[in-house]
Design a protein around this ligand. Structure first.
Ligand code: FMN
Length: 178
């Protein structure tokens, strides 16, 4: 039976992680399908999940959690083994990722079998930096805005090879593939 990698990605970061996971699982000798969740494909994604040995569900962090369409998909995973992976713009603090994972995990039904999760930082679009720059122009000495710009720049190289390796390792461990 195949594993289903089902992901939701607005800008491509989570899609990148999903593709690397697919390569890693294939490399470990197991078949893995790749399905994108959009508001129009929740049902198709649910079908892919029903046919799978386990589901690797990938989300991008939207206001501290996942998008409504991803929440809809996760809500249908009763009786399924689920590994969660995600990307978020703010990084550097494991507790932050843990909070987001808990919030997304809460979208799963009680009858889902949660195997674990992993996250990494993901780059944000240029409009975000422009917004921060406009804020900084108003308040040039504001340390909060300065740190938001520093975080934006730090995020611009993620997901990187270390992130991808860490998420792949976590997924394989959770799925008992190594
Ligand atoms: C509308 C919107 C809301 C976001 N909310 C958050 C957030 O609450 N926390 C965070 O760390 N990053 C947030 N981000 C940043 C994204 O989660 C991050 O860039 C992610 O890697 C995007 O993944 P994707 O390229 O797969 O869409 C937000 C981005 C957008 C566009």
């Amino acid at each position: 039976m195949a594993y289903a990698i089902v992901y939701n990605s607005k800008g491509g970061n989570t899609k990148m992680v999903a593709k690397v996971l697919q390569q890693a699982l294939t490399g470990a000798g197991v078949e893995a399908t790749l399905t994108e969740v959009t508001p129009d494909t929740v049902q198709a994604a649910a079908q892919a999940a029903r046919d799978a040995e386990a589901v690797l569900a990938g989300f991008w962090c939207d206001k501290g959690s996942c998008t409504p369409e991803m929440a809809d998909f996760l809500a249908g995973l009763a009786g399924t083994r689920v590994f969660l992976f995600g990307t978020a713009g703010f990084g550097g603090e494991p507790a932050y990722f843990a909070r987001i994972l808990e919030s997304v995990r809460a979208k799963l039904p009680e009858a889902a079998d949660y195997l674990g999760g992993a996250m990494c930082q993901g780059k944000m679009g240029p409009a975000v930096r422009q917004r921060y720059e406009a804020m900084l122009a108003e308040k040039p000495d504001d340390p909060r805005i300065q740190s938001m710009i520093a975080n934006f720049d730090a995020a611009s190289t993620h997901p990187n090879a270390v992130d991808l390796e860490a998420i792949t390792t976590a997924a394989k461990q959770s799925l008992n593939l190594q």
